[in-house]
Design a protein around this ligand. Structure first.
Ligand code: AMP
Ligand code: ZN
Length: 115
């Protein structure tokens, strides 16, 4: 899907809104969450505008690259005791920004089930 000029994360990727970038390549962008819920809280997003995980096309290779990036960043941040990768989908899950993103959370213990 083309870039959405109204989308917060498309604007962050384009550099129109500042962010604390931690990684970028041709397909993937990662930055610090502005309201961190854990000592490490990063957002990993595709450069392509995909609104939700429900919109991910079957076999879309970038999905794997997003997961690889989360794993690599977790290693770089030395989250040796574990971490959580979260994708919220639509209203019931609390999705606020409708541009696909993986939350990488770590540096503390998390409870299960999530609230
Ligand atoms: P979600 O609820 O899964 O849609 O998550 C959206 C996330 O984006 C939240 O954790 C917000 O704290 C984060 N967020 C919102 N605005 C910004 C911003 N300008 N820079 C970085 N993170 C943001
Ligand atoms: Zn977008």
């Amino acid at each position: 899907m083309p870039r959405d000029p109204e989308c917060l994360f498309c604007r962050i990727i384009a550099g129109e809104i500042p962010s604390k970038k931690v990684y970028e390549d041709a397909e993937v962008f990662a930055f610090e969450d502005i309201r961190p819920q854990a000592p490490v809280h990063l957002l990993i997003v595709p450069k392509e505008h995909i609104p939700t995980v429900a919109d991910v096309p079957a076999g879309w290779p970038v999905m794997g690259r997003l997961v690889e990036t989360a794993n690599r960043l977790a290693k770089e941040k030395e989250l040796i005791f574990g971490y959580r990768v979260v994708i919220n989908c639509r209203a019931d899950a609390g999705q606020e920004v409708f541009h696909l993103h993986l939350h990488l959370l770590g540096g503390r213990k998390f409870s299960w089930p999530p609230g």
